[in-house]
Design a protein around this ligand. Structure first.
Ligand code: NAI
Length: 379
C-alpha cells in the first residue's frame, strides 16, 4: 500500500521514515518546500547514524530514501491507500486540508489524523465520505516510540478501523484502540503527573527538585514531572492541559496551574528557552532536593493515587480496556508499571483511602474517587 503523509514537520517526517522502513512507498507532502528539504536532510543523517551503529546496511538506507517522494502538491497523493495527516494543530487548517484531500484520493483511501487534542469526529466533519476518518496518534519520535493510539470517530466504519490496526501492527507498533475523547488515553491519564506535582509545589509542600527526586528515586519514574515539563516545553504542556480542561467542560480534575501559566508567560518554556522550572544556562547551580524519604513517599503516594484514579476513570468511561490503559502508559510514556497493575500491587483499598483523605481534607471535587475504583475495593 502507498502511504501518504501530510506535513513534514517533527511528526510527519518520523511517520514517513517509519512507513518507508516498513517497505512502503511513501508520498510526503508539505506546503513548505523548506520543510521537505529539512525532512530529507534529517532522514539522511539519521540513516547514516544507523549505518554507523550497524543497525542497517547502506543498501537498506538507500532503499528507505528512494521509497519517499517529496512534494508540495496534494495531487501527489492520488495513488495512496491511507493518508496520515500531521500538520498544524488547528481545526480550521485541518478542515481545509481534509476537504482538499478528499478531492484527490479514492473513496476507499483512509484519512487519518495524528492530532493530539482535536476530536476525530470534528475533523471528519469536513468530509463528504466521513466513514474513513480515523485518529492514528503516534508518540515522538514516531520511528522509536512503540505505542500508537488508534481512534475511531462516531462516523468511522469498522472495516477501516480494522485495516488501520493491522497496518500499525505490521509496523510492529503496540496498538491501543480508544474512544474519541479528549486526550485519548495517554494525554488524559497522565494529567495528574504534572497537575498534582504543580499543586504540591503551590501548597509549599516541596520544591521542584524535591518532587522530581521523590518521583524518580522513590516512585521509579524515568523523569520527574518538572524535568519532563521542561523537556516538553511549558508552553506546549500548558496548552495541552488547558485544552483538555476546556474539553472536559471545566472538570476541576484537569484544572491548569498558575505556576505553569506564569512560567509560560515569562518565556520560561524549559530546555528550549534555556530556563523553565530549572536553569539550563552554562554554569547554573543545580538545586539540591531535600532527600527526606518520609516526605518523598507522601509525594509519590499522592501523585500516584491521582494517576491511578484517572486510569480507572478512563476504563469506567469506556475510553479503553484496562489492558489498553496499562499498555498505553508503559509503552507511550514509559511508566515503570501499568497503573491498574500498580493499584493491585499496592492494594485498591489503600489507593481509595488516600483519595478519600485528600477529598476530606480539601473538599474539592478534583479528589473524588472513581466509582470503578470503589467497586474494585468491594470485590
Ligand atoms: P510541526 O510544526 O513540526 O510540523 C507541521 C508541518 O505541517 C510543517 O512542516 C508545516 O509546514 C506543515 N503544514 C502546516 N499546514 C499545512 C497545510 N495546510 N498543508 C501542508 N502542510 C502544512 O508539527 P508537529 O509537532 O509535527 O505536529 C503535527 C501534528 O502532530 C499536530 O496535529 C500535533 O498535535 C500532532 N502531534 C505532535 C506530537 C509532538 O510531540 N510534536 C506528538 C503527537 C502528535
Amino acid at each position: 500500500m502507498v502511504i501518504g503523509v501530510l506535513g513534514a514537520g517533527t511528526m510527519g517526517a518520523g511517520i514517513a521514515q517509519l512507513a518507508a522502513q516498513n517497505g512502503h512507498k511513501v508520498i510526503l507532502v508539505d506546503k513548505q518546500e523548506v520543510q521537505l528539504k529539512k525532512a530529507k536532510d534529517q532522514l539522511a543523517s539519521i540513516l547514516l547514524k544507523l549505518i554507523d551503529k550497524h543497525k542497517i546496511t547502506s543498501e537498506k538506507a538507500n532503499e528507505i530514501q528512494s521509497a519517499i517522494t517529496y512534494s508540495t502538491e496534494l495531487s501527489a497523493f492520488s495513488s495512496c491507500g491511507i493518508i496520515i495527516e500531521a500538520i498544524l494543530e488547528q481545526l480550521d487548517v485541518k478542515h481545509s486540508a481534509f476537504e482538499q484531500l478528499e478531492k484527490v484520493v479514492s473513496k476507499e483511501c483512509i484519512l487519518a489524523s495524528n492530532t493530539s487534542s482535536l476530536s476525530i469526529a470534528s475533523i471528519g466533519g469536513a468530509l463528504q465520505k466521513a466513514d474513513r476518518v480515523l485518529g492514528i496518534h503516534f508518540f515522538n519520535p514516531a520511528p522509536l516510540m512503540p505505542l500508537v493510539e488508534v481512534i475511531p470517530a462516531v462516523q468511522t466504519n469498522v472495516s477501516f478501523l480494522e485495516q488501520a490496526v493491522s497496518l500499525m501492527k505490521s509496523w510492529d507498533k503496540t496498538v491501543v484502540v480508544c474512544k474519541d475523547t479528549p486526550g485519548f488515553i495517554v494525554n488524559r491519564v497522565a494529567r495528574p503527573f504534572y497537575g498534582e506535582a504543580l499543586r504540591i509545589y503551590e501548597e509549599g509542600i516541596a520544591d521542584f527538585a524535591t518532587i522530581d527526586w521523590a518521583m524518580t528515586e522513590i516512585g521509579g519514574f524515568k523523569m520527574g514531572p518538572f524535568t519532563l515539563m521542561d523537556y516538553i516545553g511549558n508552553d506546549v504542556n500548558y496548552a495541552v492541559t488547558t485544552s483538555i480542561f476546556e474539553a472536559f467542560y471545566y472538570d476541576p480534575r484537569f484544572k491548569p496551574s498558575f505556576t505553569q501559566k506564569r512560567h509560560s508567560e515569562a518565556g520560561f518554556f524549559g530546555r528550549k528557552s534555556g530556563r523553565g522550572y530549572f536553569d539550563y544556562s552554562e554554569g547554573a547551580i543545580i538545586p539540591t532536593p531535600v532527600k527526606d524519604y518520609v516526605l518523598g513517599q507522601q509525594i509519590v503516594d499522592r501523585i500516584l493515587a491521582m494517576l491511578i484514579n484517572e486510569a480507572y476513570d478512563a476504563i469506567f468511561m469506556q475510553v479503553a480496556t484496562a489492558e489498553a490503559v496499562d499498555l498505553a502508559m508503559t509503552k507511550g510514556v514509559n511508566y515503570p508499571k501499568g497503573l491498574i497493575q500498580w493499584s493491585k500491587e499496592i492494594g485498591t483499598k489503600e489507593i481509595l483511602s488516600r483519595l478519600e483523605k485528600l477529598f476530606a481534607d480539601y473538599g474539592e471535587d478534583r479528589y473524588r474517587p472513581n466509582p470503578l475504583l470503589r467497586k474494585e475495593v468491594l470485590h
